[in-house]
Structure formats: C-alpha cells, structure tokens
Design a protein around this ligand. Structure first.
Ligand SMILES: [Zn+2]
Length: 77
C-alpha cells in the first residue's frame, strides 16, 4: 500500500509529493517543479537516491527532520 502526501519541496518550496510504501519502508519525495528527488529508507534513515538541482550533494546527506523523527518513533516501539 502506498501513502501519498503533499509536502513542501525542501529545495524550491513549492508543492512536492511524498510517497511511502508500507511494505518496503521506502519514502520517495519528488518535486515536479525542480526535479528534486529523495529516496530514503525510513527505518534506517539511509538515503538510497538523492538528486536536487542547484544543491551541493554534501547538503543532501542530512536527514530531513520529519523523516528522522519518524524513524526514531519507529525504533521506540
Ligand atoms: Zn522543488
């Protein structure tokens, strides 16, 4: 099952989409406006794939706080 959520793009601030697959624990954030892409495993916090035009890739390695909180909440259960 996929959960789809509207979020603000961390790159350009416009409307982006977050897809979460409950079977694989993969979160995929993509922005049609600026081609931002982040694919992350929320259980481990590991970034599988990341792409953001105009952003230094070193800056992509930080975990978006929202996803990090989720991962922590998951481990506590
Ligand atoms: Zn964007």
């Amino acid at each position: 099952m996929n959960i789809k959520q509207k979020i603000y793009c961390p790159n350009c601030g416009r409307t982006a989409e977050k897809h979460q697959c409950s079977e694989t624990s993969i979160i995929r954030t993509s922005c049609p406006e600026c081609d931002y892409l982040l694919v992350q495993d929320f259980q481990t916090g590991r970034v599988i794939e990341a792409y953001a035009p105009g952003i230094n890739f070193a800056g992509i390695n930080f975990t978006p706080a929202e996803i990090e909180m989720r991962a922590v909440a998951h481990k506590q259960h």
